[in-house]
Design a protein around this ligand. Structure first.
Ligand code: HH2
Length: 260
């Protein structure tokens, strides 16, 4: 899953793709480099980010989604939004997946995804982006995140979304400290045991800087290393900025494991 942020303030690529033509070109480049899914977002979720209204968010993403769906029919276009109103417009424009960092926090979201025959990513986050890094202490971060995701997955299936179209994401960096993020990555096999495909978004995130001291632009090696646990799972999606190096990294791991 290649990341396409059409925002002025995303933590690593903010402002680069505000021009729709530049956004579409980058999406097509990622698809050509091997991304199966293009995740288009119009609101930053970095810690402290200011919220964006549904109208402005939809305005940023809808035309780009329509163009990507037309130009890259081989890729699934995903909309990274927690708002059902934005998801409605994005699905009408050709998106086939909703990446919801609030895991169905908008009461209309799960029914909408079910009704449109789309897929959904349900992610764990503590609180909201503005405040999520204020309290990163958990009695047991893995148990708490997995219990939350199990409950949200059951709600999605109850809403009528087929099980294989409900993907679960531990929310790396969303209200967790570096130790919590590492514990969640180590525990991915337990999350996968819930029986859903797993999504991991570790690309360039601050825990990589906490471990290595690398600045945000220099975190590709750490971003790849953070994907090793996901690569061993039966069904996983990795959400990344650097598609071509990630594809090469995963191809080599698969070759070493003897997989097709
Ligand atoms: N991380 C970000 C945004 N959306 N969605 C899922 N499912 N999982 C993630 O880990 C995830 C996500 C944050 O990264 P990015 O999009 O690069 O930055 P920003 O939120 O500042 O736009």
């Amino acid at each position: 899953m290649g990341i396409l942020n059409i925002t002025p303030d995303s933590f690593s690529d903010g402002g680069r793709f505000l021009d729709p033509a530049a956004a579409v070109a980058h999406g097509c480049e990622m698809a050509a480099a091997g991304a199966d899914i293009l995740d288009v977002g119009g609101e930053s979720t970095r810690p402290g980010a200011a919220p964006v209204g549904a109208g402005a968010e939809a305005e940023r993403v809808v035309a780009v989604i329509a163009e990507l769906a037309r130009r890259c029919p081989g890729a699934i276009v995903s909309v990274d939004t927690a708002k059902a109103a934005v998801a409605t417009a994005a699905l009408a424009a050709g998106a086939r997946m909703v990446n919801d960092v609030s895991a169905g926090g908008d009461a209309a979201m799960l029914a909408l995804v079910a009704e449109r025959g789309a897929a959904v990513v349900l992610m764990h986050m503590r609180g909201e982006p503005r405040t999520m890094q204020r309290d990163t202490a958990y009695a047991d971060v893995v148990a708490e995140v997995h219990a939350f995701l199990a409950e949200r997955a059951a709600a999605a299936v109850r809403a009528g979304i087929p099980r294989e179209r409900v993907l679960l994401d531990p929310g790396i960096g969303f209200g967790k400290d570096a130790a919590g993020n590492l514990a969640l990555l180590r525990a991915l096999p337990d999350l996968a045991a819930l029986g859903h495909p797993v999504v991991v978004g570790a690309s360039r995130k601050s825990f990589i800087g906490a471990v290595s001291g690398a600045a945000v632009g220099d975190r590709l090696p750490g971003s790849l290393a953070a994907l090793a646990p996901a690569s061993a799972l039966p069904a996983a999606v990795v959400r990344v900025h650097d598609v071509a190096p990630t594809v090469q990294y995963l191809e080599l791991l698969a070759a070493l494991a003897g997989a097709a």
